[in-house]
Ligand binder design. Structure first.
Ligand code: EPU
Length: 429
């Protein structure tokens, strides 16, 4: 296990290239199961969530070939199993996409309940409701979800709340169902559109992705294709906030600025300069930023996955800001870490009141989940002194080459092994 050591105070300056989108690729890799063919996927980020998903497919019998570090060929013709055990799913929320993909291909799937970051209860009732609407019988037994259908039939599916995961899972199960599926109240995140484009590239008929009604007309067969993943909205947003919080000037390349509008708007409100180019965005700030209120919402609202990073920026901004988390029940576990660094934040349910302080001070802290870990990196970079961040395996789940990217921008950061805890009394006798 490693930890990060960051000496704060450097302004981030220069250019950074954004990797492919984690939340798109973890849906697109399982979607290859539907093709029974060879798919070439480019712009794959080198992060641990992707490695786990690839390992799962490999263990199911898919052939995986790395063409280069960011391009994979996945051959799903010889998949031999529609069962995915707990030891493979426990680290990864997105493992539940295997349910939709296997159900779509075989008419049955047995997948252990998914793992992932802890934001309180994370139900999958809407996924199940969607599968049942298509004619599947779904049971949960011994933490395994079993879905089974004689024939999947297209159907209207109304989601009770906007759910990224349920929208994706219903899309996966419906592309080869007989007839028309209409998902109402669908999620509109960029990765939903990316998955729809990928499915269509394999010969599916998916329309309306990016709006709240998605229509999927089932097709008999899908075929292999070549596809490039969109840039990661949240990785880009994290570097934008890091640039602004450190008083830096960073050109963030390989982005789709439209996906970043809600983040740009908040940074501008706080006093940062944001300039959009075709495939890049520049964030510059000088002097202390000012407060702003943030409410997280499904896309195109401000992403919940940017809430912790923004909280760090606001913790050193002038004035008092209010953050309202409207997606997850419990996404403030990281606040305790920031308080150790001198932040003044009070949490009441889904609302955090952030009273800006002049500066944060270095402290030993830990990443409590993936985006909280990204926030801790920013906190370390703006704090006085040397901050140590433990549990950084969360950060490795979603940020490719984070140390090299930050070093290139002038941060003082290094990854060092955590000394093993003392376990053997004889060693000191
Ligand atoms: N919900 C239900 N029932 C369901 C599904 C969801 O009640 O069947 C609720 C959830 O409890 C939550 C809300 O609906 O309150 C939204 O959950 P959603 O299903 O949209 O979340 P998810 O698909 O599990 C994805 C991302 C998360 C991101 C959320 C929201 C992936 C693999 N994960 O999770 O990303 O926070 O959407 O945008 O795409 C991250 O990347 O760090 C991350 C956690």
């Amino acid at each position: 296990m490693d930890k990060f050591i960051i000496r704060g105070g450097n302004k981030l300056q220069g250019e950074v290239e954004i990797s492919g989108a984690k939340n798109a690729v973890v849906a697109i890799i399982p979607a290859t199961i539907l093709a029974q063919d060879v798919c070439r996927i480019e712009n794959i980020p080198n992060i641990s969530d992707v490695s786990i998903m690839i390992r799962i497919l490999y263990q199911m019998g898919a052939q995986i070939k790395y063409i280069n570090p960011h391009t994979l060929e996945i051959d799903t013709r010889n998949i031999v199993s529609s069962t995915v055990p707990h030891d493979l799913t426990k680290h990864l929320r997105a493992s539940y996409y295997l349910l939709g993909a296997l159900l779509g291909r075989y008419g049955h799937a047995k997948v252990a309940m998914p793992g992932g970051c802890d934001f309180g209860v994370r139900p999958i009732d809407q996924h199940i409701k969607g599968f049942e609407a298509l004619g599947a019988e779904v049971t949960i037994d011994n933490a395994m979800v079993n879905a089974c259908a004689d024939t999947l039939l297209g159907s209207p599916v109304y989601l009770d709340m906007v759910s990224v995961g349920a929208t994706i899972n219903v899309m996966l199960a419906a592309v080869k169902a007989k007839g028309l599926t209409i998902i109402e109240n669908a999620a509109k995140e960029p990765h939903i559109v990316d998955l729809a484009n990928f499915l269509n590239c394999m010969g599916a008929d998916v329309r309306g992705a990016g709006t709240d009604v998605i229509k999927i007309r089932g097709v008999e067969e899908l075929h292999g294709c070549s596809y490039s993943i969109i840039p990661d909205q949240i990785e880009a947003g994290t570097y934008m906030v890091a640039a602004a919080a450190t008083g830096g000037d960073v050109l963030i390349k390989n982005v789709i600025p439209k996906h970043l509008e809600s983040i740009s708007a908040k940074l501008i409100e706080c006093g940062a300069d944001v300039t959009e180019y075709d495939e890049a965005i520049r964030v510059k700030s000088n002097g202390r930023l000012s407060k702003c209120n943030v409410k997280t919402m499904p896309h195109p609202g401000f992403p919940t996955d940017m809430q912790p990073q923004m909280a760090v920026l606001l913790s050193i901004a002038e004035g008092t800001s209010i953050i309202s988390e409207s997606v997850w029940d419990n996404r403030y576990r990281y606040v305790e870490q920031l308080i150790r660094m001198g932040a003044k934040i009070q949490v009441d349910g889904k609302v955090a009141v952030v009273e800006g302080v002049e500066k944060l001070m270095a402290a030993p802290i830990k990443a409590t989940d993936l985006r909280a870990g990204a926030a801790m990196l920013i906190a370390g970079m703006v704090a006085d002194g040397e901050t140590e961040i433990e549990d950084i395996e969360f950060i490795d789940r979603g940020y490719e080459d984070v140390v090299d990217k930050l070093l290139a921008l002038g941060a003082d950061i290094r990854r060092v092994p955590v000394e093993k805890p003392f376990t053997d009394a004889k060693q000191v006798l």
